[in-house]
Structure formats: structure tokens, C-alpha cells
Design a protein around this ligand. Structure first.
Ligand SMILES: Cc1cc2nc3c(=O)[nH]c(=O)nc-3n(C[C@H](O)[C@H](O)[C@H](O)COP(=O)(O)OP(=O)(O)OC[C@H]3O[C@@H](n4cnc5c(N)ncnc54)[C@H](O)[C@@H]3O)c2cc1C
Length: 358
């Protein structure tokens, strides 16, 4: 396996060279944009085809933007954390405003066993008592006796990060983006004509080609209040609905997220909002007085084991199955996808056994 630095150095075609491979990326979510970047960095001539009128307006639009590999270790496979470390460095290098303020994990006093269980399942954290918590987040002073602090984690604002990446692709790499263009079939669609490589990043829409892809609905809301300030994402453990709060600056907070096994894109239930709001009210009553700025939902694309995959079929490379980890894992998958397509590399951790030509 090659490191990101080696990959960057090896077999890179001069940008715009006559022999540069022509790559069409279908879908401009976090997967498509990071793949476009990975191929462009290798000198490919990249076109992105997107059915919407802007980038990042699918599932990626609703993400919290937590870059929290250690916290995710609590419930996800170790692979997710490994991909997360690489991706965290990518975002910090490539887009502005990726605060590395760490993450806090809290639980109401009656749920302290859950906090201990969370601690047992991960690492790279510090136990904090009440005064230490108050020093980090003064507005939470006196509300919690114990918490876990993961100092090396970071967060970003997904919509701003994808806009910055889009600007970079166009301005620095000459990537062409064709909006309002829906690709029906990667192999025969006129939009992919002339491409040497097609990278299919259609998220859940790729179910027509990836039969084991399923949808996991996530609902979120954005609140506005000047009554509380937070520097870093805070996760509140709760037996039924764990909730997180991601500060977005200027009094805005993203509250997420439900995780429901269905694919009803865009439908938000009163029950989910009640649960998210009551959990965040437990974190701080100021959220009870906050203005609701936005309510949203989308469907996360996931394979049965909730791990992302690269699959190759003919000239098409599928990069999909990001589940709850699109921002956490996409840059690491994108780098591998470029190596699979351009160097014939094989990455067993994200490619199914016996399915090199899937
Ligand atoms: C509420 C919520 C909170 C989340 N929080 C986080 C988080 O904190 N951290 C994290 O890492 N992840 C988070 N996620 C998960 C993350 O959002 C997803 O894993 C990620 O967005 C998937 O990205 P994608 O590019 O595969 O899909 P998408 O973002 O859906 O992109 C697919 C793109 O393909 C386009 N497309 C589809 N069909 C076609 C076609 N036929 N032709 C052309 N274009 C097409 C779509 O319009 C879309 O732009 C969250 C998800 C939700 C719902």
C-alpha cells in the first residue's frame, strides 16, 4: 500500500498533458468532489457531471461535519478511524476553517455507565471533571460532573468546505463541472462519452448498479441562539437517542442526527424533532429558547457492514457506501480510487475479496 505522499509523487501526468487520462466523475457530493481532486492531482483531465444546479446538495448538504475518528471508534470498525486520520489531515491541508478544538462527550449523571462504556471502546481521550469541563466550555459550567475530551479531533462546515473545494477544482485544476445533467447509465450515457475512466459517486442513486446499497435516513436541525457559545462539537450520550451539537459560528448550531433504517429522503417526523430537541435541551436549557433555522433530512448510502467501498467494473470505478462517514472517509477513499484506476492498485481494506473486476 502506498502512503498519500508516495501516491502524490508516483506516476503523475503533467496537468493538461495530451496523454492525460480523461476522467468523468458522476455526482458532486463529498465523494465526487474529493475523487475529482484526487484524479486532478494525478494530472487527469477531469469533468464532473451533477444533476443538481450546485455541488454538495445531496446527502452531503445535511452532514454535521465532525472529523472525529476516535469518537467513531466507539461504534465503528477500526478501519473508519484509519481512513479518518488520513482524511482529517486532507481537510486541514485543502480547505480553510477546520478548527482543531477536539470533541467533548458528555452524559447526564444517571447515564455515567454509558460514558464509561464509551471510554472503554475508544482511546486518545482525557477524563475531565466539572471544573476542567467548565474551563473548556464555560457555558456548560455546573451542568456535568464528568466528560471525555478528545483533543486531536476537528470539525468543519460541510457546505463551506465543499464550496471551497469546488472553487479550488475549477480555479487550480481546470475541472469542468456540468450541472443539471443526470447520467442514466455510466457506460452508454452521452455525458460519459470519450471518458477513459468513469468514477460513479452518485450516493444512494447508484443502487441501480450496486444492489447491496441501502439507505439510512438522518434528520437534523440548525438552531440559532446567542445565549450559549460552544467551541467544539459536543456529543450527549443517551440510551435512546444520542445527539450531537456542532457549533457553526455566529450563534448557529447544527443538531444531529437520527439514524433510521429507511430511505424516505426529505421526510422529517415530529417524533424525531421532539427527541433531538429534548436531548439538546438536556445539554443546555438555552437551546429550548433557540430559533429553529432549518430542519432537514437525507438518506445516507450504506453497504451491509456500513463500511465504504471501491468497486471496479469495466472502465467504471464506484466509490460509495459512506454511511455516517462521508467527510471522515471520502478523501482517503478518493486517493485510493485514483491509484486503483491509474496504477492498477488493490486495497483489500476497501475492495471486496475476489472482486477486483466486480
Ligand atoms: C443528518 C446527517 C448528518 C451527517 N453527519 C456527518 C458527519 O458529521 N460527518 C461525516 O463524515 N458524515 C456525516 N454524514 C454522512 C455524509 O453526509 C454522507 O456519508 C455523505 O454525504 C455521502 O456522500 P456522497 O457523495 O456519497 O453522496 P451525496 O452527497 O448524496 O452525493 C451524490 C451526488 O450525486 C448526484 N447524483 C445522483 N444521481 C445522479 C445522476 N444520475 N447523475 C448526476 N448526478 C447524480 C446527487 O445530486 C449528489 O449531488 C451525515 C449524514 C446525514 C444525513
Amino acid at each position: 500500500m502506498t502512503s498519500p505522499e508516495q501516491a502524490h509523487d508516483s506516476a503523475t501526468t503533467a496537468p493538461g498533458a495530451a496523454n492525460a487520462p480523461r476522467v468523468t466523475v458522476v455526482g458532486a457530493g463529498v465523494a465526487g468532489l474529493t475523487c475529482a481532486h484526487a484524479f486532478a492531482l494525478r494530472g487527469a483531465r477531469v469533468t464532473i457531471v451533477e444533476r443538481n444546479q450546485g455541488t454538495g446538495q445531496g446527502c452531503s448538504w445535511f452532514a454535521g461535519g465532525m472529523l472525529a475518528p476516535w469518537c467513531e471508534r466507539e461504534s465503528a470498525e477500526p478501519l473508519v478511524a484509519e481512513l479518518g486520520f488520513e482524511s482529517l489531515e486532507y481537510w486541514r491541508r485543502e480547505v480553510p476553517d477546520v478548527p482543531r478544538e477536539g470533541s467533548l462527550v458528555l452524559a447526564p449523571p444517571r447515564d455515567l455507565p454509558d460514558l464509561r462504556r464509551f471510554a472503554r471502546r475508544t482511546e486518545a481521550f482525557e477524563w475531565l471533571d466539572g471544573p476542567a469541563l467548565a474551563a473548556l466550555e464555560p457555558d456548560l459550567a455546573g451542568r456535568f460532573d464528568q466528560g471525555l475530551f478528545f483533543p486531536t479531533e476537528a470539525h468543519l462546515e460541510p457546505r463551506k468546505a465543499l464550496a471551497a473545494l469546488t472553487g479550488k477544482l475549477v480555479a487550480e485544476h481546470g475541472v469542468e463541472i456540468r450541472f443539471g445533467c443526470s447520467v442514466v447509465d455510466d457506460e452508454s450515457d452521452p455525458a460519459t462519452d470519450g471518458a477513459d475512466i468513469v468514477v460513479d459517486c452518485r450516493g444512494l442513486s447508484a443502487r441501480d448498479r450496486l444492489a447491496d446499497l441501502r439507505g439510512v435516513k438522518g434528520e437534523m436541525l440548525v438552531l440559532f441562539t446567542r445565549e450559549i457559545a460552544l467551541k467544539r462539537p459536543v456529543r450527549m450520550l443517551h440510551p435512546r437517542i444520542p445527539v450531537y451539537v456542532v457549533p457553526r459560528g455566529d450563534g448557529h448550531f447544527m443538531i444531529g442526527a437520527t439514524s433510521i433504517e429507511n430511505d424516505q429522503r426529505g421526510r422529517v417526523t415530529g417524533r424525531s424533532m421532539l427527541e433531538l430537541l429534548s436531548a439538546v435541551y438536556q445539554l443546555h436549557p438555552a437551546f429550548g429558547e433557540a430559533e429553529i433555522v432549518e430542519i432537514g433530512a437525507d438518506v445516507r448510502p450504506a453497504f451491509p457492514d456500513n463500511l465504504p467501498r471501491i468497486r471496479k467494473r469495466g472502465r467504471t470505478i464506484f466509490v460509495n457506501g459512506f454511511y455516517r462517514h462521508g467527510f471522515l472517509a471520502a478523501p482517503a477513499l478518493a486517493r485510493r480510487a485514483a491509484e486503483v484506476a491509474l496504477d492498477g492498485a488493490y486495497f483489500p481494506e476497501v475492495m471486496d475479496e475476489d472482486r477486483r473486476e466486480w
